[in-house]
Design a protein around this ligand. Structure first.
Ligand code: IPD
Ligand code: CA
Ligand code: CA
Length: 263
C-alpha cells in the first residue's frame, strides 16, 4: 500500500527502533531470574530506542521540534512541526516480558495532531494514521466499533500504581463504571489502548494523568478511524491535561457523563 513520504519516514524509524526493542525483549527473560532484575537494562533499551528515533526523524525532517519521554523537549527551527515520541510505551509490561508495548510517534502540525505511527514489535502490529487519509493496521483500514450502549461495551482504563495518581478517584471511577459495562480492561500501554479503540477491538478507553507522548499518536489514530477523543470534561483538552476519553461519539459521550462529575 502506498503512503505519503511523511508516513514512510515514521514507519522506517519505528521499525528500526522496534528491531532494537525486540532484541532487548529476548534478553529480558534471562535477566528476569537475576537478583537485580532487568530494570537498568530496560532503562538502557528505552534510551537507545529514543536516540534511534531522534536520529532517524531529525535526519529526514531537519528543523522539526522533538518532544521525547527520555530526552525532553528539543526546539526546532521549524515552529510548525513537532514530533511527540514515546520510544517505549508500556515499560512495565516490557520489563515483565508481557508483549503489550509499543513505539509511539506523533507529529503535531500547527498545534493539531497531524500523523501517528504506533508499532508493537512483539507481534509486528503497525498502526498508521494521517490527517484526512484514514487509519490503518498493517494496511487494513480501521473503523471504531459501532456499539451505542455501554452495557454492550468493553472499555479499557488506566490504573494508577504505587506513588502515582489518585487511587481514591480511580476506585470511585470503577465503582461507577463496573456495573454499567460488559467488561473493563487494563492493558498497560496507553498508545495501544487508543490504537485498539481505533481498531474497534475496544469500544472505549479513558485514563488520567498521562503525558503528551502517551497519547499524541493514538489521538489521531482514533480520530481518523471515525472516533472521538476528548478530555474528561469533554473538550479537546486531552493533550494539554493528560486526561483522555475516547470511543465512538455515543460511547465517548456516555463515558464523559459518568466520569466528569467524579474528578
Ligand atoms: C505508561 C503506559 C501506561 C499508563 C501510564 C504510562 P510508560 O507509559 O502508557 O499504560 O497507564 O500512565 O505512563 O511509562 O510505559 O511509557
Ligand atoms: Ca508512555
Ligand atoms: Ca515510555
Amino acid at each position: 500500500m502506498l503512503h505519503s513520504a511523511l508516513i514512510n519516514v515514521m514507519v522506517k524509524a519505528a521499525r528500526r527502533a522496534g528491531r532494537s526493542l525486540k532484541r532487548d525483549l529476548g534478553e529480558i527473560e534471562n535477566l528476569q531470574v537475576s537478583m537485580k532484575g532487568p530494570a537498568n537494562f530496560v532503562t538502557a533499551a528505552d534510551k537507545r530506542a529514543e536516540q534511534m528515533l531522534y536520529d532517524d526523524l531529525l535526519k529526514a525532517r531537519p528543523g522539526y521540534g522533538f518532544i521525547g519521554e527520555e530526552g525532553g523537549t528539543r526546539e526546532g527551527t521549524d515552529k510548525s512541526n513537532t514530533w511527540i515520541v514515546d520510544p517505549l510505551d508500556g515499560t512495565t509490561n516490557f520489563l515483565h516480558g508481557i508483549p503489550q508495548f509499543a513505539i509511539s510517534i506523533g507529529l503535531q502540525r500547527e498545534g493539531v495532531m497531524f500523523a501517528g505511527v504506533i508499532y508493537n514489535p512483539a507481534n509486528d502490529e503497525l498502526y498508521i494514521a494521517e490527517r484526512g487519509k484514514g487509519a490503518f493496521l498493517n494496511d487494513q483500514r480501521l473503523r471504531v466499533a459501532g456499539r451505542k450502549k455501554l452495557d454492550e461495551c468493553v472499555i479499557a482504563c488506566g490504573l494508577p500504581h504505587i506513588g502515582r495518581g489518585d487511587h481514591e478517584l480511580s476506585r470511585r471511577e470503577m465503582t461507577e463504571l463496573q456495573p454499567k459495562v460488559a467488561g473493563l480492561r487494563r492493558f498497560g500501554a496507553a498508545s495501544l489502548d487508543l490504537a485498539f479503540v481505533a481498531a474497534g477491538r475496544l469500544d472505549g478507553y479513558w485514563e488520567r494523568n498521562l503525558q503528551p507522548w502517551d497519547i499524541a499518536a493514538g489521538m489521531i489514530m482514533v480520530r481518523e478511524a471515525g472516533g472521538v477523543v476528548s478530555g474528561i470534561e469533554g473538550g479537546d483538552t486531552a493533550l494539554a491535561t493528560g486526561n483522555v476519553v475516547c470511543g465512538n461519539e455515543y460511547v465517548q459521550t456516555e463515558l464523559v457523563k459518568v466520569l466528569k462529575p467524579l474528578g
